[in-house]
Design a protein. Structure first.
Length: 473
């Protein structure tokens, strides 16, 4: 027997659905910038002693949506994700409605089988014929699990006796994601034992430099245990040469983890999957579906070639007799996850993948690259804009440039004004000592017309600054 939905509850649900429609059909601005001090002053954020009812919840929803960044709009090009997939959105709602937890088949029978099916398909795409994996809280968590598996591979006894991280060293590209440092912090490896390997002019790890660093660490009495290659760096969208790196790791018996959180979706495209040639030689991979595939945050997979290593790393759960029963040992997902309670992120990916199919994802990826190429060509044809890096993926690095003016100060102020206009939101970053603007194409709403408007607005704001309008504080 289900719960009773009275008239008030039913009206509340109708009003929520109405607000969802208004949000999707509404604002043309990405953001309405407001200072934190001002927003705090005009918002009611108090936590009441007595509840205020569902009507107040609707008012709170209205306030929240009014001051939220509209990540579904085409002008949103800031992080490595954006847009909305309605099938996945429906999956998010239904998963929350069902409120299952993913640690046992008994609690989540259909969701368990769905996640296993998705992991198997992603392993096939990577080239892990007998692989397995788990959905995680994001690429940062996936990189940490990869490092944990590498540490177990280097010293299986350490899981029982404890690890001394002082002698272990990990190697990453100097343009790798900061989550590698987080992983070293959590696992007791230490920041100093994360060795940044030099890159070439395109932002790709240099294999000769990797070999030099591995040799140096051994001379210093350290133990190289892990190389983390990046497929799709955060700023430039660079792809490390996996095949060559894998050969070095194989020769040295070092675990190779690939951070493909951003670039993994290239595997759908017959044209662009070459960017990850050699990924099948890796030991583990992380891949975020909430990035280029456009799933609601979060939806991220950790994939491993040898599932028994992941099972050993997560074997702390074996003592949970109150959760895990022997007859479900091979199907309970909690035995290969660091988490106990874990939400169902599989359903949204399943529904979206069933809607689009591999071919639909391939078309989406290829359309993003085509729009990035168009933006690149616009920059090259505009005298006041400079392309600041070669483009491998859909990250486009540029700056507004005028001789005899400090380009870093100019572009910081340009980006600040651009965001405050509310039409566009894109990232500010650095390449070397240069401050750059970095729009990313990962939003299905973006068109070539969007790009024309973006370039026009960047040039217009830059021209205003150069004409002598004072820099903002």
């Amino acid at each position: 027997m289900g719960i009773d939905i009275d008239i008030e509850d039913s009206q509340f649900l109708d009003e929520v659905v109405s607000r969802i429609r208004q949000y999707l059909e509404g604002s043309s601005q990405v953001s309405d910038y407001i200072l934190p001090s001002r927003l705090r002053k005009i918002s009611d954020l108090s936590i009441p002693l007595e509840g205020r009812g569902l009507e107040n919840a609707l008012n709170d929803i209205d306030q929240f949506l009014k001051h939220s960044v509209k990540t579904n709009l085409p002008g949103f090009m800031n992080p490595l994700w954006g847009g909305i997939n309605l099938a996945a959105f429906a999956g998010e709602i239904i998963a929350t409605l069902a409120n299952n937890s993913m640690y046992t088949y008994e609690l989540s029978p259909m969701a368990t089988l769905i996640e296993q099916s998705l992991i198997q398909r992603m392993c096939e795409m990577v080239g892990f014929a007998d692989g397995n994996g788990t959905l995680t809280t994001g690429g940062s968590n996936g990189n940490m699990i990869g490092m944990m598996c590498a540490r177990y591979h280097a010293n299986p006894i350490g899981q029982q006796q404890g690890f001394d991280g002082k002698s272990l060293v990990c190697f990453v590209s100097e343009e790798s994601h900061y989550s590698v440092l987080m992983s070293a912090n959590v696992l007791g490896i230490g920041f100093d034992n994360v060795i940044k390997v030099g890159c070439d002019s395109d932002g790709r790890m240099r294999v000769d430099k990797l070999e030099e660093e591995i040799h140096r660490s051994k001379v210093n009495g350290q133990t190289p245990f892990c190389v983390i290659a990046t497929s799709g760096t955060t700023v430039r969208g660079s792809f490390d040469p996996l095949k060559e790196i894998a050969q070095v790791c194989s020769d040295q018996d070092i675990w190779l983890h690939v951070d493909a959180a951003w670039g993994g979706s290239c595997l759908f495209s017959a044209t662009h999957r070459r960017l990850m040639d050699g990924v099948e030689l890796a030991d583990s991979v992380c891949w975020d579906s909430h990035k280029m595939m456009g799933l609601p945050l979060v939806c991220s997979a950790f994939l491993i070639k040898k599932p028994e290593v992941l099972r050993k790393v997560c074997s702390h759960g074996d003592v949970a007799h109150y959760l895990f029963l022997d007859d479900a040992e091979k199907v309970d997902l909690g035995r290969i996850s660091l988490q106990c309670g874990r939400r169902n992120d599989a359903l949204k990916l399943f529904l979206a993948w069933r809607e689009k199919g591999d071919a639909g994802w391939a078309r989406l990826v290829e359309s993003y690259v085509e729009i990035a190429e168009y933006l690149e060509s616009k920059i090259k044809s505009e005298a006041k804009l400079q392309l600041m890096s070669s483009r491998q993926w859909t990250n486009v690095c540029l700056r507004y440039y005028v001789a005899d003016i400090d380009s870093n100060v100019l572009n910081k102020n340009l980006r600040d004004r651009l965001v405050k206009t509310g039409n566009f939101m894109l990232s500010q970053s650095n390449i070397g000592d240069d401050v750059i603007l970095r729009p990313v194409i990962a939003n299905p709403s973006i068109t070539k017309e969007t790009i024309d408007e973006l370039v026009e607005e960047i040039v217009s704001i830059g021209d205003d600054i150069v004409r002598g309008i004072p820099f903002s504080n």
